[in-house]
Design a protein around this ligand. Structure first.
Ligand SMILES: [Zn+2]
Length: 109
């Protein structure tokens, strides 16, 4: 007799994994090429700042060495986000992106 309980648990895990993979591939299809959302850090990226993260700031630019597009994301508090500005406009190209996005409070809700 098979252990049906552990069988159900495994099935639930498989289902959960399939759902996550589907979410990721749907995000890719929408043209959202950022990495699948890992949990953002709880504190501002700036050294010495422990304010809660309020925004992710992403800049994509062409690496001056010619290595290709580089995408840098920093998770910042509201104050430091306000200080941010495009830092690499000299390396701007047709795919240049400077993007600020609100981050939900770190408890996952
Ligand atoms: Zn900060």
């Amino acid at each position: 007799m098979a252990d049906t309980k552990s069988g159900r648990d495994k099935q639930a895990r498989d289902e959960e994994r399939r759902r996550i993979q589907r979410d990721i591939s749907e995000a890719r299809e929408r043209g959202d090429e950022t990495e699948p959302a890992t949990d953002p850090p709880a504190e501002c990226h700036r050294r010495g700042c422990s304010e809660p993260v309020a925004f992710s700031v992403t800049e994509r630019y062409q690496e001056e060495t010619g290595a290709g597009a580089v995408e840098a994301t920093a998770f910042l508090c509201a104050d430091h986000t306000a200080d941010e500005s495009p830092a690499n406009v000299e390396d701007a190209y047709e795919g240049y992106v400077f993007h600020v996005e609100p981050v939900a409070a770190g408890d996952g809700t």
